[in-house]
Ligand binder design. Structure first.
Ligand SMILES: [Zn+2]
Length: 256
């Protein structure tokens, strides 16, 4: 079974037409999808769009880009936590400081801490966006007891990937960012994602199959072995989280 641990389904990334085609492909191929939020509006538009979908579950998060906007709304941020078993996408992004200078490193950390505390207290999954900020992010993460951490599309450095893997953090293979992860991350910490559908549209099943095929070749294993490894890892990271129970069961029953 194919799994996409980090996908955007909100109206920022799809027209009604491409969304319909995307959902059809997800359903036909029974791809399990973790739909990410970037802020409140994208979270709400995602919820609306997936309410009748059997294979897509929502994550809730606010990107560090918007830390300045949400700094006075942290209680409102916390009020959404109960609804989800995955927090994403969230993180630390110093590469974005040029575009979002008001979301300073200090404000990014303040927002990040709110999510890290929830992940620790409720044993939830973190879906992380870390860009040019690995040292700080890894230090912030070590201050908490976290068991379900995913670095999405991570390519800061080989050292940061090794340091994260040493801690037992998971890393996604991403269609454009996969080489370092494919080379450095051990089997038991590998996941897969699409992130966004290209403007020219391509079916999620085709993108994921192409990605896994390339990575399987790089690692010298078969497509099926890699697909199975990612399937098992996805089940392990989701198991035991009440909000994700239905989806974890789906993974469990389809495991060969
Ligand atoms: Zn994303």
């Amino acid at each position: 079974m194919l799994v996409d641990m980090h996908f955007h389904i909100c109206n920022r990334y799809h027209s009604a037409e491409t969304l319909a085609r995307t959902l059809k492909d997800i359903n036909e191929n029974q791809i399990l999808v973790a739909a990410q939020a970037c802020d409140f509006p994208t979270y709400h538009s995602t919820l609306e769009r997936i309410k009748e979908q059997a294979f897509i579950f929502p994550a809730f998060g606010v990107l560090p880009w918007y830390a300045a906007e949400y700094t006075g709304r942290l209680d409102e941020v916390r009020s959404h936590f109960e609804e989800v078993g995955m927090l994403g996408e969230i993180g630390i992004d110093y590469r974005a400081l040029e575009r979002f200078p008001e979301s300073t490193p200090a404000l990014q950390k303040q927002l990040f801490d709110v999510f890290l505390a929830e992940a620790e207290n409720e044993d939830k999954i973190l879906n992380l966006h870390i860009r040019s900020a690995s040292d700080d992010a890894l230090a912030y993460l070590s201050a908490y007891d976290l068991k379900r951490v995913i670095f999405h599309a991570h390519s800061d450095s080989v050292d940061s990937i090794r340091a994260g893997a040493d801690k037992g953090y998971y890393f996604t293979l991403h269609p454009r960012v996969y080489k370092m992860v494919a080379q450095e991350v051990p089997d038991e910490l590998l996941l897969s994602e699409i992130d966004t559908i290209p403007r020219t549209w391509k079916a999620p099943s085709v993108i994921l199959t192409g990605l896994l095929g390339k990575v399987a070749k790089l690692r010298g294993i078969t497509f099926e072995e890699l697909e199975n490894t990612i399937h098992r890892n996805s089940l392990r990271i989701m198991k035991g989280i009440p909000q994700l129970d239905k989806y974890a069961q789906h993974l469990a029953t389809s495991l060969v």
